[in-house]
Ligand binder design. Structure first.
Ligand code: HEM
Length: 465
């Protein structure tokens, strides 16, 4: 009995010693961070919680705080996340380009997304990142993207048919567009044919993505949960691992099916004739100098990464673009005129003004963590950047694009152009007064920007369509 209690006393003392040592190390780091950042401006902060009270809900008020800081401080400002973590937030292109063009490693918080994304391109660092980036860049070659336009059209046609059969004029854009962009990325990059837009089954993957990104953000915003030991004891960690299991199972299913298809000799012949391979075929065919294939874990990680990064972001961009066109009928009509002028009765999609569309408003991933100097955490706040009055004459009408590092930028723009053009040709869009997203409180920052009550517009078929 006494042996057992001695044992537990020993375990408790060892744990307490480790925790205290970690705390002391963290405090020393915090002291250094504060010293390094002493010359930078900061909003008033609490001695213990820092700026957490401004951002703890990670809702629209968080975004409002960052925009206020960008307005007041112009380039960058200090952000204190509780008593132990101090970093710098960048909100001006001059500051951001310094970090974006450096080869600084990604912040340790990128570890949080690994159960969700695996150690794919978004989370990877150093040689591993460089090797995979070089391997996968040809999957987004212009020649390949051109061949995807037909798939974008097919996916959009499925969406339009769905919309035409709806009884109500009111649609929540994000839900429909998430399924549509998932349909496209599965077909284009992963050669995986589904009826995911019309079958309920895909909704469980979409829900898992939603829950997983929610969990990542919960953890990111709460410094207490940055500790693996503490986080693993929470209900959120259990939920996170359950939803990540759903996304991982989907990725594995996609890989399994493609492997099975590639057993077929006709498919193999088709592949041999292709100049550029699709994303998943590149992963499956890759061999290093010694002839070794990528490991199962490496392939699964990239597929998980691309399934998420390739659909949620684009769904968000298209949804916000359509919402804003619905809000501003004059701009909607101008766009339609441009589309009609370029396309006439043709069905090809080659016009190039999607960036202009994105000027109406912006959605983006909310932040990108990085380090510039040893011990300094740097976050780029894209939302604040896009509303920084020191950068834009009218910050509410700022341009937007995917991150400079984004491998799928051209893919996303091609899909956005195709989808928006096809929708505008078929439907008039408007927003009912109760669905207008009035202010920051209606917004909800996730890994991408959402609206608290969804992005709801009214669609009515054009009389000429
Ligand atoms: C409008 C749509 C999109 C937006 C707003 C967007 C945004 C971003 C941003 C901000 C980053 C930098 C993230 C970071 O460093 O933490 C990024 C990276 C990335 N994006 Fe996108 N993205 C979009 C579309 C896509 C698409 C369609 C794909 C794939 C088909 C994709 C795949 C990736 C990948 C793999 C990375 C990591 C790249 C690397 O680190 O080498 N994205 N994206």
């Amino acid at each position: 009995m006494s042996f057992i209690s001695d044992y537990w006393i020993l375990v408790a003392s060892a744990t307490a010693t480790i925790v205290i040592c970690k705390l002391i190390i963290r405090l020393i780091k915090k002291f250094r961070e504060e010293r390094q950042l002493a010359t930078f401006p900061s909003a008033p902060s609490h001695w213990f919680t820092g700026h957490l009270h401004y951002v703890k809900n990670h809702d629209g008020t968080t975004l409002q705080f960052h925009v206020r800081c960008a307005t007041e401080f112009k380039t960058c400002y200090i952000m204190r996340r509780g008593p132990l973590l101090t970093g710098l937030v960048l909100c001006h292109p001059d500051a951001i380009k310094v970090v974006q063009t450096s080869s600084a490693p990604k912040a340790p918080t990128y570890e949080f997304i690994k159960p969700f994304f695996g150690n794919g391109l978004v989370a990877a660092n150093g040689n591993k990142w460089f090797r995979m980036r070089r391997l996968l860049t040809p999957a987004f070659h212009f020649e390949i993207l051109r061949s995807y336009v037909q798939i974008f059209q097919d996916s959009t046609n499925t969406l339009l048919e769905k919309w035409l059969s709806l009884e109500s004029e009111e649609v929540e854009l994000f839900h429909h567009l998430s399924l549509m962009t998932l349909d496209s990325i599965l077909k284009c990059a992963l050669s995986y044919e589904t009826d995911c837009q019309t079958q309920e089954e895909a909704t469980s993957y979409i829900r898992a993505v939603y829950d997983a990104s929610d969990e990542v953000l919960n953890r990111l915003m709460n410094p207490l949960l940055h500790s693996d030991i503490i986080y693993k004891m929470t209900a959120g960690a259990k939920r996170y691992s359950e939803v990540c299991a759903v996304t991982q199972a989907k990725a594995k299913e996609v890989i399994r099916e493609r492997r099975a298809t590639l057993q077929d000799s006709v498919e193999q012949e088709k592949l041999k004739k292709r100049r550029y391979l699709d994303f998943l075929d590149i992963l499956l065919a890759a061999r290093d100098e010694s002839g070794n294939a990528l490991t199962e874990e490496e392939i699964t990680s990239e597929v998980m990464t691309f399934m998420f990064a390739g659909h949620d972001t684009t769904a968000s961009s298209i949804s916000w673009t359509l919402y804003n066109l619905a809000r501003f009928p004059e701009q909607q009509e101008k766009c339609r005129e441009e589309i009609d002028a370029v396309l006439g009765s043709k069905e090809e999609f080659e016009w190039c003004s999607a960036r202009e569309l994105l000027k109406v408003d912006s959605d983006q991933r909310i932040c990108k963590g990085d380090k510039t100097r040893r011990g300094t955490w740097v976050t780029t706040h894209i939302f604040a950047l896009h509303r920084n009055p020191h950068v834009w004459a009218d910050p509410e009408l700022s341009p937007n694009a995917s991150g400079p590092n984004c491998i799928g930028q051209s893919f996303a723009l091609a899909e956005l152009k195709t989808t928006v053009a096809m929708i505008l040709r078929m439907f008039e869009l408007s927003v009912a007064p109760q669905n207008i997203i009035q202010d920051y409180e209606d917004l909800q920052p996730h890994l991408i920007l959402r609206a608290k009550n969804g992005i709801v517009v009214n669609i009515s078929p054009r009389s000429s369509s």
